[in-house]
Design a protein. Structure first.
Lengths: 234, 43
């Protein structure tokens, strides 16, 4: 399995970093403070894009897991590994940002509220799949087991998304450009696009790392290693 | 009045959130780039 060597993911990473820099500058220094949350609301400009990209990474992982189980292509498993890893990093970061925002607004870093609890379950479930992958040396078995586990764990993703609508939650409902002042939309959109580009670039490069490793794992053994066996057989 | 007390403090929380986000993004992307370059050089 030979991955592409296109420089596109590097460009995505660079463009994402630039957009994140501009979006964060506007969010921190140009956008006004919110009436009730004050300056603490500025955390939303990084928290919300991280949440969106985290959900997208796990949705992509679900797609890769389905493709692997249907077609048995190890390339899909490489992308699954990449999406899982980035989704877990974003999910852990998301929980941290949420806790830092919750302390001044809710008075506590953590509460066993439906949105927070289902997000914690999502983090533990997908981190568990990454741990499972590291215990299975056989590439095909590893891909099959982690694909099945990803599909099972993905059941929590729509629950996380709809938890604020289904249950009485401390966490506010999802916002949209119609419900957010235009002054807050620009930094949010710039950072959302920036995080999306960083995620896309990182998933592509991380999948290449997995493909190169899978290529080694599935390659036939070198002739020197096989020769003694051949001699015995003769 | 609706009983909500506006927050007029909390920049330290903002800097913490942005700082940790920047460090995590930079460290993760750097780790991916290092692993990619190392994997490409392996025979």
């Amino acid at each position: 399995m030979r991955p592409s060597t296109s420089p596109l993911p590097h460009l995505f990473l660079a463009a994402g970093a630039v957009l994140l820099g501009i979006g964060s500058y506007i969010g921190l220094f140009r956008a006004p403070a919110e009436h009730y949350m004050g300056d603490v609301m500025r955390i939303m400009y990084v928290h919300v894009p991280t949440a969106w990209s985290c959900m997208l990474a796990f949705t992509y992982a679900f797609g890769c897991a389905s493709v692997f189980l249907l077609r048995r292509r190890l390339r899909a498993d490489a992308h699954l590994e990449a999406a899982l890893e980035i989704g877990v990093v974003f999910c852990a970061l998301l929980c941290f940002q949420g806790a830092v925002w919750a302390k001044p607004t809710w008075g506590v870093y953590w509460d066993w509220d439906p949105r927070l609890t289902t997000t914690a379950v999502m983090l533990v479930a997908f981190a568990g799949i990454l741990a499972l992958r590291s215990f299975v040396p056989d590439p095909l078995r590893r891909a099959t087991w982690s694909s099945v586990a990803t599909i099972l764990a993905f059941a929590d993703v729509p629950i996380v998304y709809f938890s604020v609508r289904w249950w009485n939650s401390l966490h506010q409902l999802q916002s949209s450009p119609e419900t957010v002042s235009p002054l807050f939309v620009l930094p949010l959109r710039l950072n959302a696009l920036g995080v999306l580009l960083v995620m896309t670039g990182a998933i592509t490069l991380r999948a290449r790392v997995a493909m190169l490793r899978l290529g080694r794992e599935t390659a036939p053994p070198p002739l020197e290693a096989v020769r003694p066996l051949v001699r015995v057989a003769v | 009045m609706n009983g909500v007390i506006p927050i007029d403090w909390g920049w330290e929380y903002v800097w913490t959130a942005y700082g940790v986000t920047a460090v995590v993004f930079a460290a993760y992307v750097a780790s991916v780039l290092v692993r990619y370059n190392r994997e490409r050089r392996r025979p």
